[in-house]
Design a protein around this ligand. Structure first.
Ligand SMILES: [Zn+2]
Length: 321
């Protein structure tokens, strides 16, 4: 979390870095919900019994009331033609100008969230999250200018945690939407998760496939060249390693090598996911974080190797990708 580079009115608004740093973005061409051939998928671990929300809202919180107020706010901010749809009971998707122009993006939101909740994230956000979908840069930037007197910091989209609102320009591509949707889910499911695993999972789904209902997979994307270059550099190789990642605090993650750190985290997540281990690892870490804050023990239990032992194999896989 860091403060956005936004005007005075928002100086106290904490947001995810993609609101202020363009690292989350050379967008893929707009290929909404490309139905790629399914990858072999190891079965996901069964969901545990219903868990309580990670951070219970104030007793006075009324979700139905919040939903209704957010619907009204969306129409007031985005125009009377705005269509809204509640997805998974807690995401209020708002399409300015109506759903006809944004049906693909709404459909992806619906299908991606169904997949995220299918044995991946167990605790759902208790409070409503608004998702504003703009079809192009002009109305997207106009929205930021209207609210904050400046165009949006990121040309693609951002999650304003304090307002529980994702604001998206889906014109350049929809990978940022599937990325940003992950953040409120991690916030609810694994609130103490370090940034590297939060952003690693989110970035994995920038290049996504929805091979069947309840399934979402990530594949190679624009972050790969940065990682491959670092692995070929004597100066940077040690930074682009699994031991470095597992030792990385949030300050270091957001430091001068932030772009590389995103890539390292993303391709660890893809490597694990292709082996059917990502969600076992994530959930094991989440459930034992009090005694395993770095996740190294969870990684050992799930993969049978320490991060250092797995590194050479992971590097070979990255280079061959
Ligand atoms: Zn992010």
């Amino acid at each position: 979390m860091r403060l956005c580079r936004l005007p005075l009115a928002l100086l106290l608004v904490a947001c995810t870095p993609e609101a202020s740093v363009p690292v989350e973005r050379p967008p893929p061409p707009r290929k909404v919900a490309k139905m790629a051939a399914p990858r072999p998928a190891a079965p996901l671990p069964p969901p545990p019994p219903a868990l309580p929300p990670a951070s219970a809202p104030a007793p006075s919180y009324d979700r139905a009331k919040d939903l209704e107020e957010r619907k009204q706010l969306a129409k007031a901010e985005l125009g009377a033609k705005t269509d809204t749809e509640v997805v998974e009971g807690v995401f209020l998707v708002a399409a300015p100008g109506g759903r006809a122009a944004l049906g693909g993006a709404i459909d992806v939101t619906r299908r991606a969230l169904a997949a995220y909740f299918n044995g991946r994230f167990h605790r759902r956000p208790e409070r409503v999250v608004s998702v504003y979908l703009f079809g192009s840069a002009a109305p997207y930037d106009a929205h930021c200018k209207k609210l904050w007197k400046t165009k949006c910091d990121s040309p693609y989209g951002f999650y304003l945690a304090s307002a529980r609102t994702i604001v998206m320009n889906v014109g350049p591509g929809i990978g940022t939407l599937t990325h940003e949707l992950v953040h409120p889910l991690v916030e609810a499911d694994f609130p103490t998760a370090p940034d590297w695993i939060n952003e690693g999972i989110a970035s994995l789904f920038e290049q996504f496939h929805l091979p069947r209902p309840g399934e979402i997979r990530g594949s190679k994307n624009w972050r790969h060249p940065r990682l491959a270059a670092a692995l070929g550099s004597a100066k940077e190789r040690e930074h682009a390693s699994l031991p470095a990642l597992f030792a990385m605090n949030d300050t270091e993650f957001r430091g001068p090598r932030e772009d590389l750190n995103y890539a390292t985290a993303r391709y660890l997540c893809q490597w694990l996911d292709e082996r059917g281990l990502l969600w076992r690892f994530y959930q094991r870490w989440r459930d034992t974080a009090a005694t395993d804050p770095t996740g190294a023990q969870a990684f050992l239990e799930v993969t049978g190797q320490t991060p250092a032992q797995a590194n050479a194999q992971w590097v070979r896989w990255v280079r061959a990708l």
